[in-house]
Ligand binder design. Structure first.
Ligand code: DC
Length: 225
């Protein structure tokens, strides 16, 4: 069976991570969370006390850091220069900083290069904001997930709470509006659906329903070409 490249894009809280991970498990593919890579750059920048406004210094970090996805007790963890940052990169402050650093062209260039290398052989489900538009414009299957803002904020709050982080719904909502606006309006690779993406509104759908739909589409494409 031909191994596909599947791109899953969409805003924060659209269900990308749960769905992309589920699709990868069902198909026996590798799951790659490209957002975690931008979060890793933001984490390293803060560790080193670099100013997010210093585009040149942040680009240097993005070019030099060693990023590795490795399984730990059945979960995929991300290591930055050998340090497991999987938990640390989920902090709200890192969400904010990652959206800022991801607007820097040099940072995007460095990340896109790594993402293309990781996905080149196929058999991969990669989630992000620009996977179907920039990273893999010829992906075999492109999915664009979205959901109502309030639903996305509720999901993000539930996710933070499940990690033991206190969460204010209003705060998350405000932060999400700000981050969406920044991700959609940046000059380089803004968040937008690829023209040939299959768009799914996940409001009111369970993750299983969305996963089923994408797996069906993937099987069709595997047979079709
Ligand atoms: O998906 P996430 O919330 O973990 O992503 C964190 C930030 O990284 C998000 O605000 C935008 C950015 N990002 C990006 O610009 N391109 C991607 N392919 C993935 C994430």
């Amino acid at each position: 069976m031909r191994k596909l490249i599947i791109a899953v894009d969409g805003p924060a809280g659209s269900g990308k991570s749960t769905v992309a991970r589920g699709v990868a498990t069902r198909l026996g593919y590798t799951y790659i969370d490209s957002g975690a890579m931008y979060r890793a750059v933001a984490w390293k920048m803060r560790e080193e006390g670099v100013d997010p406004a210093d585009a040149r210094a942040v680009t240097c970090i993005a070019r030099q850091i060693r990023l590795e996805f490795r399984p730990v007790e059945g979960q995929q963890h991300l290591f930055v220069d050998g340090v497991d940052v999987s938990e640390a990169i989920r902090a709200p402050e890192i969400s904010r900083l990652s959206s800022i650093v991801s607007a820097i062209p040099g940072v995007r260039q460095a990340m896109v290069q790594q993402q293309r290398r990781i996905g080149a052989g196929g058999g991969v489900v990669m989630e992000g904001r620009d996977i179907g538009t920039v990273v893999f414009p010829h992906a075999d299957l492109k999915i664009y997930l979205d959901a109502a803002l309030e639903e996305r904020a509720r999901r993000r709050c539930a996710e933070l709470q499940s990690r033991g982080t206190a969460c204010s719904y209003q705060e998350v909502l405000r932060e999400m509006v700000e981050r969406d606006a920044r991700d959609k309006s940046r000059a380089h690779s803004p968040l937008r659906p690829a023209p040939d993406a299959v768009r799914i509104d996940t409001t009111g759908l369970t993750a299983e329903q969305v996963i089923d739909r994408i797996v069906d589409l993937a099987r069709e494409r595997q047979g079709n070409r």
